[in-house]
Design a protein around this ligand. Sequence first.
Ligand SMILES: [Zn+2]
Ligand SMILES: [Zn+2]
Length: 129
Amino acid sequence: MSFLCPLCKQNTLNITHQLHLPPDCRSDEIVVQIAICGRCYFSALAVYEESRRGALDAEHFSHQGYYLPPKMLRDLKALLESCPQPSNPRCHCEAHKTLNQRDEEGCWTYLRQLPHEGVFTLELHSTQH
Ligand SMILES: [Zn+2]
Ligand SMILES: [Zn+2]
């Protein structure tokens, strides 16, 4: 599965790492990811969120990329690599503890304090249009 790279505009952006977090106040599924372009080596943090609490026939999701300073991205990648069970939202490792920050209402707060340099939407390559 490849996405559109915001830098070189090719469909060569791939998810290389991911870590699943438990549901929060608005999403049923939260996945923290690292996306790297196989062509220009652009890399970013990506977050996939899905909510099934709306209308039954409509699945709501968002897939956003976050531009991070290279050092932060490297640290994040090392953190994700350190988790023994990245697909288990209930894993209790250091990486999960660091990423799974919540406020009193149970809302995920990790992104709020992230000093990112902008966002973009991950777009799936489509041959249809
Ligand atoms: Zn690229
Ligand atoms: Zn873990």
